[in-house]
Design a protein around this ligand. Structure first.
Ligand code: GDP
Length: 440
């Protein structure tokens, strides 16, 4: 036993108050929480729109934006200032200025929102998969300026829509952006709305779960405040924020066993093993014993932060920071799952997936993405082709699966990974998404 181990074992165990967390939650009347991802073609205006939203909601102040604008002007790109609002906030985080994963948060009267995964990362799709697997809904940003929409629908708009749906996101708010560039043409808006409605229903979004808002992210029109441009007066529907408020978050699995995917691990004054992430299911409180998978190591919850403030307990749907004790940092990694020691998530190296094929599938090497986890694996077998609607078997043991069809496939991983039925998984190959689906 090294010095480290002694230190880990000698500290007194944190005390639990043994609260009935679910009844505390009922009593607390906390604000509704909701998380969303922002997707869409590169340059559609995702970062600019979120920067403007945070400015107009006064989450960031004008001084910050002015400073960024000055910096942007020095490289001749003053319009980038808003887009840098998000980048800057994640940079602050990496320098340790703020320690909460949910840096990009804002509140409206009834709801506390989290923007999952700031857009504009290099490695966008894997980040989007991680974000979408925790999102209640998505904002799909479309560039309405001439020609851009048409090329987008062939490319990333299409892939992103199919992916978020496969990851279980059922509500999408389409922000038809840059309408200032087409003089707020209602005709253009309707054209995009018609095409996208058709496409999104074929991607399995229900009609009632699709909304369209004409916006200018750059100018902040119809995001928080209504457009004052007379050319935009034909639109009298909800603003983007009103559409967000009108969206019902997914039901939280409050009474299920604890599951929390770790999105960051770091060292703080409070604990050498501090983790952040979202509680996917169940609840936890100070003093709880937890189990970390796949290492199978136990730890204790020393203290909890939610929205940067210390709390005694937290429930599914919340983004939290946990200070852990009695655990060696070597056993705690990004993408690991914290769970209830009495009902831990199992580990497996083989799983069966009911998958929508984006491309041709056959026995082949694949990268498996589940939340933040990436693992190497291989499609080992294809037991059946399934009916897209009913899920019943159409054909047994097909040699190949065609794009846009559904199949049951067996994937073998190179190592043990925490897995359970109901998780959403994406398979990629050569940087392309080849399939996405639900673990059986
Ligand atoms: P992202 O790649 O989707 O995050 O796109 P950005 O937010 O970086 O925006 C790409 C470009 O489009 C930038 O030059 C923005 O200034 C510009 N842009 C974004 N939104 C609007 C808008 O509403 N109107 C106009 N005219 N330009 C916009």
């Amino acid at each position: 036993a090294g010095v480290n181990e002694l230190k880990i074992d000698d500290a007194p165990l944190p005390k639990s108050r043994n609260l009935d967390v679910l009844s505390e939650f009922e009593k607390s009347k906390s604000k509704k929480t909701a998380s969303f991802v922002v997707v869409g073609h590169v340059d559609a205006g995702k970062s600019t729109m979120m920067g403007r939203l945070l400015l107009d909601l006064k989450v960031v102040d004008q001084r910050t934006v002015d400073r960024l604008r000055k910096e942007a002007e020095t490289i001749g790109k003053s319009s980038f200032a808003l887009a840098w609002v998000l980048d800057q906030r994640s940079e602050e985080r990496s320098r340790g200025v703020t320690i909460d994963v949910a840096t990009n948060r804002f509140e409206t009267e009834h709801t506390a929102f989290t923007i999952l995964d700031a857009p504009g990362h290099q490695d966008f799709i894997p980040n989007m998969i991680a974000g979408a697997s925790q999102a209640d809904f998505a904002i799909l940003v479309i560039d309405a300026s001439t020609g851009a929409f048409e090329s987008g629908l062939k490319g990333q708009t299409r892939e992103h829509s199919l992916l978020i749906r496969s990851m279980g996101v059922s509500r999408v708010i389409v922000a038809v952006n840059k309408l200032d560039m087409v003089a707020w043409s209602q005709e253009r808006f309707n054209e995009i709305k018609d095409q996208m409605s058709g496409f999104l229903s074929s991607a399995n979004f229900q009609h009632k779960n699709i909304a369209f808002v004409p916006v200018s992210g750059l100018q902040g029109d119809n995001l928080v405040r209504r457009s004052s441009d007379p050319a935009a007066s034909w639109y009298t529907g909800p603003t983007l924020v009103e559409e967000l408020e009108n969206s019902e978050p997914n039901a939280r699995a409050l009474a299920s066993p604890l599951r929390m995917t770790i999105s960051e691990v770091y060292r703080t004054m409070q604990s050498p093993v501090t983790v952040s992430g979202r509680i996917d299911a169940g609840s936890l409180q100070m003093g709880d014993a937890i189990l970390i998978q796949p290492s199978g190591e136990k730890a204790y919850v020393k203290s909890i932060l939610a929205d940067d403030a210390p709390v005694d307990w937290a429930v599914a749907g919340q983004n939290v920071v946990l200070h852990l004790s009695h655990v060696d940092p070597a056993h705690v990694r990004v993408a690991d799952i914290i769970c209830d020691p009495a009902k831990p998530i199992p580990r497996a190296d083989t799983f069966t997936l009911k998958a929508l094929a984006f491309d041709f599938l056959m026995p082949m090497q694949v990268d498996v993405h589940r939340g933040r986890l990436h693992a190497a694996g291989r499609i080992e077998a294809i037991p059946a082709l399934l009916d897209k609607v009913t899920g019943s078997v159409i054909k047994k043991k097909p040699k190949i699966v065609k794009p846009a069809t559904v199949a049951r496939i067996v994937v073998k991983l190179d190592g043990l990974v925490p897995l359970e039925a109901g998780q959403r998984v994406v398979l990629r190959s050569g940087g392309q998404t080849v399939a996405a689906g639900l673990l059986e």
